[in-house]
Design a binder for this molecule. Structure first.
Ligand SMILES: Cc1cc2nc3c(=O)[nH]c(=O)nc-3n(C[C@H](O)[C@H](O)[C@H](O)COP(=O)(O)O)c2cc1C
Length: 190
């Protein structure tokens, strides 16, 4: 699949078939993550591939705790409708952690030292597009407290978990979410 079709076809997937993701697909997705741009090529990311049921249940429980906490803080009703059962059965989860020491020139700029996180995000997006190109669904998932996730996944204190990337074959049609008109969000300087 060409890159523009992968971008168009990728949509957040929240229902997965139980079949595992095969190793060659997982390897291709990880390689796509590692191919992302980063400040001064610092490659601030590390990946943890999670396929075991126990870890998925712990991630589910943390997400539920987080959802309830966010609802208490915000009162946002949609949070109560956000079903997290699927988290226990996602075929593969890739945790992306970043190293804030691995930064670039941005450390000298106003409000600097964020580029490591931007790079981790580029890596997440690359993985999701690779998954789409392989006909797999994916989800960028952030319902966790970073310290809790760190102890759940045995991540050392120097590293910051930035995202969980869920991957697997979708068991439902992906929902096409609307986008703003390009004209509304773009201006040109000629
Ligand atoms: C930084 C970031 C965090 C996100 N966290 C979550 C999350 O915790 N749970 C979830 O279901 N979706 C999460 N999403 C997915 C968005 O809800 C989704 O991308 C958005 O609604 C647009 O839908 P689409 O991905 O299908 O185009 C996240 C996306 C981003 C970029």
């Amino acid at each position: 699949m060409d890159i523009l079709s992968a971008i168009k076809n990728r949509r957040s997937c929240r229902k997965y078939m139980p079949e595992p993701v095969n190793d060659s697909d997982l390897d291709a997705i990880l390689a796509a993550g590692a191919a992302a741009p980063s400040p001064a090529n610092s490659q601030p990311w590390e990946f943890i591939v999670i396929t075991g049921k126990d870890a998925k249940i712990k991630i589910h429980d943390e997400a539920l705790r987080c959802r309830n906490f966010l609802f208490e803080k915000s009162g946002w009703k949609w949070l109560t409708k956000y079903d997290l059962e699927f988290v226990k059965d996602v075929p593969a989860i890739i945790a992306v952690t970043g190293d804030p020491k691995k930064t670039g020139a941005d450390m000298f700029m106003d409000g600097g030292n964020n580029a490591w996180r931007d790079a981790c995000s580029a890596s997440v997006q690359n993985m999701m597009l690779a998954a789409a190109a392989l006909g797999l669904g994916s989800l960028w998932f952030t319902m966790f407290d970073r310290n809790n996730l760190r102890s759940l996944l045995n991540i050392d204190n120097e590293k910051i978990p930035t995202a969980l990337v869920f991957i697997g074959r979708s068991s439902a049609d992906l929902v096409i979410t609307p986008r703003k008109d390009i004209k509304e969000i773009t201006r040109y300087i000629k």
